[in-house]
Design a protein around this ligand. Structure first.
Ligand code: DAH
Length: 342
């Protein structure tokens, strides 16, 4: 075996023994570095005659190229092995979760919203939406609640630090969408407007600071309070069932005149009186009334020609009443033990 063949055989054996990329690197230094047999043989060229130097020099060049090839091949092979091992290590096994949990489903609030929409769509209403970040004008002023009006105290408002102070806010109710709908289309209008609302409420069993309302708006010719009462009753029986009815009680809202609160038969005691309804047999669900001419004015509708009614109530409250949920805070907590039941 010539010296060069010996060098190549050693190189092949050394590289075959390397089992990691780092070991290949160490072998490369040993095979090609200053202290390597190859470098020593190069040094030995000085003692040869010119022909011998040319001959052996070429052999050494070829040997070096061959060793570099071997190093490269071994390195790529080991890199592939290491990548495969890393992928295997980092893999997340989701099969167990899938088997145990089953498919997900919509949150109760979303489902309630869908069901309420269905009830109103069945009555001929269309569904509209508006933004959760509103201006003071849509949330208050166009609804006949001027700046500094005491009625603004009814909604503890979360303002955004944007533009002039107290001009941009998180909507406190879905009523501003009434204004947007009236701006966007000419009457007749039969629309419901569901969505998320925000108030600076301290959470308790009956209040959560992020909640959902559904607003209703009808604008047409010759609409009277009777249509309002009939619509509320039709909605109540079709969503809550034939045993549950509605009643209206005089109230005040700046954007409707006359205004009313609407109540439904207590779903817990079916009207006989219990703790939830404070022994009255009735539970308040929302507000309603005949659209105030000042609101029609704000959107440029002629109050002589058009009239209508509006209502608004809590979607979360509906879910609470229908499913007898004692504490509303659970709707925000995402506790799987609760979510799984419904
Ligand atoms: N926006 C009112 C609230 O959040 C509820 C309401 C009352 C809506 C009367 C209406 C209405 O459309 O006519 O308390």
């Amino acid at each position: 075996m010539t010296e060069v063949e010996g060098i190549l055989a050693t190189a092949a054996a050394l590289l075959a023994g390397a089992t990691t990329v780092e070991e290949v690197q160490a072998a490369a230094t040993e095979l090609l570095g200053k202290k390597s047999a190859l470098t020593a043989a190069h040094r030995g060229l000085a003692g040869l005659d010119p022909d011998g130097r040319r001959e052996v020099g070429r052999e050494l060049q070829e040997a070096k190229a061959r060793i570099e090839e071997l190093i490269g091949a071994r390195r790529s092979a080991l890199e592939a092995v290491e990548r495969a091992a890393r992928l295997d290590r980092d893999r997340l096994d989701l099969t167990e979760a899938r088997g145990k949990r089953g498919p997900g489903h919509l949150h109760l609030v979303q489902r309630t919203r869908d069901e309420l929409e269905d009830v109103f769509v069945g009555m001929g209403f269309v569904v509209a939406e508006g933004p959760e970040v509103e201006t003071d004008w849509y949330n208050f002023e166009a609804l006949n609640i001027p700046p500094a009006h005491p009625a603004r105290g009814m909604w503890d408002t979360l303002y955004l630090e944007f533009g002039d102070p107290e001009t941009i806010l998180l909507r406190t109710h879905t009523s501003p969408v009434q204004i947007r709908v009236m701006e966007g289309q000419a009457p007749p209008i039969y629309a419901v407007m569901p969505g998320r609302c925000y108030r600076r409420d301290t959470p308790d069993a009956r209040h959560i600071p992020i909640f959902h309302q559904i607003e209703g708006l009808v604008i047409d010719r010759g609409i009277s309070f009777a249509e309002l009462a009939g619509t509320i009753e039709a909605f109540t029986t079709s969503y809550f069932g034939p045993d549950i009815h509605s009643r209206l009680r005089p109230a005040f809202f700046p954007f409707t005149e006359p205004s009313a609160e609407f109540e439904i038969t207590c779903t817990i005691c079916k009207g006989s009186g219990c703790r939830t309804c404070s022994q009255t047999g009735w539970i308040e669900l929302g507000g309603c009334g005949m659209v105030d001419p000042a609101v029609l004015d704000a959107v440029g509708l002629d109050a002589e020609e058009w009239s209508g009614f509006a209502f608004g109530f809590g979607i979360d409250r509906c879910a609470q009443m229908r499913h007898e949920i004692p504490d509303m805070r659970i709707l925000l907590e995402n506790d799987v033990r609760f979510l799984r039941q419904l």
